[in-house]
Design a protein around this ligand. Structure first.
Ligand code: SAH
Length: 408
């Protein structure tokens, strides 16, 4: 909290229990306080009259209940909605709400959630990477995206699915992510089923293994390439964990019965969209319980990369399906409000609306991109990033210190 107290929404139940230590009846008091921390309409423990006064005082003295400040809410023509949040320290992150009326399993309302301010992974095609990493989000900042969007929707519409596919690399922020996921899933937290939560990663191998051994969620791996060289060109993280090492790790992950790993594959015209790529992809998937999600590249003025034609995407998909792989193609949603994959924190496609101030984060992002360009933000390939250094993503406790400008 800005006043130096703890943020109860960044704690798990055990953390809340520590706050009521010495009050007597701790297990019960902790559960009570935990419930209220996530109950709609509650902003402080002081409000909750059913908690005994002494306990309330103890809670209030040690912890508050944070909320994100909504900077803008932008509605797309296709029903997608982007929430732009302004953080305490002046940064911005985004969440994207994606209704899907046509899903075969029934209507869905998916929230795409951010895990970091910016991103250190520097994938060549992704605009969020242009910001560099500013800092990790706290557990509260992650879970509050879900809590507050749900509050905005009201009781009539429920968020059915959460995908950790917004800004940032969730597994680079593993400890905070685990607390956040725990609170999303807890029956007295946000009460989402683990089956409805998906964590997407560039493939940080040890963190992937830790995630799957410590919690049950769906895993999505952004693969995007079928050879080491091709993947290195797109995703610098491949220099730390090769494509071969990544696939071997995927084969060894503990998966619950009936579960599959989703492999996301951004399709770039003339780069990874040939039938040879499709054949190599089939070979890579041998022995992995998988689904493939093809994502035709979302073009933007910042990159000269192109999306393949629908026919090429269809042929590629057909090849995979013929080989027996479950394969879907992701529809592009929310392009007109810069909410599509790889556009978060990126270039403005809002046109006039942006200049009218519809998205207050636009200027901030432009500044951050400029700073990152000057080498002032942490990038995975700066040689000082924790990921390339020793392979075990450390968890800096607070904001990530900015590295000195690099030589380049
Ligand atoms: N860092 C995590 C979470 C972000 S998910 C990860 O990479 O998995 C964002 C997804 O969008 C990734 O699968 C990424 O490959 C994809 N993506 C990024 N930029 C894109 C673009 N311009 N067009 C289509 N997909 C893109």
């Amino acid at each position: 909290m800005p006043d130096g107290r703890l943020d109860a929404r960044s704690l798990d139940l055990a953390g809340i229990r520590a706050l009521v230590e010495g009050q007597g009846n701790e297990d019960w008091r902790a559960l009570q306080a935990y419930k209220y921390a996530w109950m709609p309409g509650v902003d402080s423990f002081d409000q909750v009259r059913t908690i005994p006064k002494a306990t309330r005082r103890a809670l209030e003295a040690r912890a508050g209940l944070s909320s994100l400040s909504l900077a803008a809410r932008l509605d797309s023509e296709d029903g997608t909605r982007k929430y732009v949040w302004e953080l305490q320290d002046g940064g911005f992150v985004e969440s994207v709400l994606i209704p899907d009326e046509d899903h075969p399993g029934g209507r869905r309302l998916t929230l795409c959630v951010s895990s970091q301010v910016g991103c250190a992974m520097a994938c060549s095609f992704c605009l969020t990477g242009d910001l560099g990493l500013k800092r990790h989000l706290s557990p509260a900042e992650i879970t509050n995206q879900v809590r507050q969007v749900q509050a905005d929707l009201g009781a009539q519409r429920r968020i059915t699915n959460v995908v950790m596919m917004g800004m940032g690399e969730p597994l680079h922020n593993l400890e905070h992510l685990l607390v956040a996921l725990g609170n999303m899933k807890h029956e007295h937290g946000l009460g989402l089923s683990h089956r409805k939560i998906t964590v997407s990663t560039v493939g940080l191998v040890p963190a992937m293994q830790a995630l799957m051994s410590r919690t049950q969620v769906n895993l999505a791996v952004s693969l995007n390439a079928t050879t080491e060289e091709q993947r290195r060109q797109l995703m610098p993280i491949t220099r730390r964990w090769s494509l071969a090492a990544l696939m071997e790790a995927c084969r060894g992950l503990p998966l619950a019965r009936g579960r599959r790993i989703t492999f996301e594959y951004v399709m770039l015209r003339g780069f990874n969209d040939s039938l040879e790529d499709a054949a190599r992809l089939v070979a890579l998937m041998q022995g992995v319980r998988c689904k493939i999600n093809l994502i035709p590249y979302n073009e933007n003025p910042e990159r000269d990369l192109l999306r393949p034609s629908d026919l090429v995407v269809w042929r590629f998909q057909d090849h995979l399906v013929q080989a027996g792989l479950h394969t879907s193609v992701r529809r592009t949603r929310g392009r007109d409000i810069s909410a599509a994959c790889g556009q978060l924190g990126g270039v403005e496609l809002l046109g006039r609306r942006a200049t009218e101030g519809a998205d207050p984060s636009a200027r901030w992002r432009a500044e951050q991109r400029e700073r990152a360009r000057r080498g002032e933000a942490r990038r995975i390939d700066d040689g000082r990033g924790d990921l390339l250094a020793d392979g075990s993503p450390e968890q800096p406790p607070g904001p990530v210190a900015e590295s000195a400008p690099s030589a380049s």
